[in-house]
Design a protein around this ligand. Structure first.
Ligand code: PLP
Ligand code: COI
Length: 343
């Protein structure tokens, strides 16, 4: 039996917790050092570090699970490694090699195995790789030095209430510009969304629905997850296609699950906000959010309600959730290459 920390796993929310070890690698003089684990949760930085002045930073998010067989695994880490490399390139940062990214995730999880929540607890180990400019800059330019780090922490549901449907609010603000940074996982996008998020929270909505920044005509995504919809007749999985949303790994996986495991039609296309009232189900999908059913979209004094609203998720959402979490926890056969065994 694997030893685990003495914790009330069921009551975990989505919060920072300092675990025993974190991974650090530094980029200096044009190369990454070999990297190592450390017990020190603090960072000492130049007062003029690029991250502090011009926000040169990017990150990733993935999870480790204990499966039904007692293995510790994570879900498609190769796609996180690739997305982080693409994000880094866009932000003029050095790429952290994709094979090293996966090895560093493995090392960090293995060093914190006691924090991986037990199978059946509903919790998981959230893994947060991130990279930032540590070298000083004052003129606007990319820094010369960077740090890549990985922290981990056990987490429960991202939204209070777990699998219960949530209500979201259409935002008047944009999280990204038409030819900006919406498609990459840069911290600056999240700074952009905080103001809108506070407004939504004050109005009683845990998330926003952002519309396209050019016309406010199409659905984009929320502050931390992509959207999907189910057509009125239940036959089709529909998800917005846009150059200014994050290419969610969960969404790409659900597209496969919907088509190949549930026999649904799939449409990845621009989704007009005006058509969503025709749909029977709506959901948010992402690593932190997993699948969060959306029961209601609040649009300036008008509510669009899906199925049984906030009472319970629709039938397709339930099936998608069962399949996706089953794949992650080893109770449903995973498509080739989706599950990476760590321990
Ligand atoms: N969209 C945004 C803005 C996000 O922050 C996330 C979270 O990572 C997602 C979508 C979902 O992406 P993924 O499924 O790769 O976690
Ligand atoms: C994730 O799902 O991993 C994210 O990075 C989203 C964030 C809002 C927690």
């Amino acid at each position: 039996m694997r030893k685990t920390k003495d914790m009330d796993w069921q009551s975990l929310g989505f919060q920072y917790m300092s675990c025993d070890k974190r991974y650090v690698s530094r980029f200096r003089e044009g190369q990454w050092d070999e990297g190592s684990l450390t017990g020190d949760p603090s960072i000492t930085l130049s007062e003029c570090a690029g991250i502090l002045q011009y926000c040169q930073e990017c990150f990733e998010g993935l999870k480790a699970y204990e499966t039904v067989n007692g293995d510790i695994v994570c879900f498609r880490p190769d796609l996180n490694a690739k997305r982080m490399a693409e994000t880094a390139e866009f932000l003029c940062m050095p790429k952290f090699p994709e094979d090293r990214f996966i090895r560093a995730v493995d090392e960090t999880v293995r060093a914190n195995l006691e924090y991986v929540p037990p199978y059946g607890s509903g919790a998981s180990l959230y893994i947060r790789p991130y990279m930032f400019a540590s070298g000083p800059v004052i003129g606007v330019k990319p820094a010369d030095e960077y740090m890549f780090r990985i922290i981990v922490m056990p987490v429960g549901p991202y939204f209070k209430g777990g699998a219960k449907p949530i209500a979201v609010m259409v935002s008047d603000y944009d999280r990204a510009a038409p030819h900006g940074t919406g498609h990459i996982k840069a911290g600056l996008n999240y700074a952009m969304s905080l103001h809108a998020h506070e407004i939504a929270k004050e109005a009683g909505y845990p998330e926003n629905m952002f519309l396209d920044p050019r016309e406010h005509k199409y659905v984009e995504e929320s502050g931390g997850a992509n959207f999907y919809f189910i057509s009125g007749d239940g036959s089709t999985f529909i998800t917005p296609k846009s150059g200014s949303i994050l290419p969610s790994i969960t969404r790409r996986s659900l597209v496969y699950v919907a088509e190949h495991m549930l026999g649904l039609k799939v449409e990845e296309r621009p989704v007009e906000f005006a058509e969503i009232s025709d749909f029977s189900e709506c959901g948010l999908c992402g690593t932190a959010a997993v699948i969060s059913p959306v029961g209601l979209v609040h649009d300036h004094g008008r509510d669009i309600i899906f199925g049984k609203g906030l009472e319970e998720p629709g039938p397709v959402t339930k099936e998608l959730y069962e399949k996706l979490t089953g794949i992650q926890l080893g109770t449903v056969k995973a498509p080739e290459g989706w599950i990476h065994k760590i321990a």
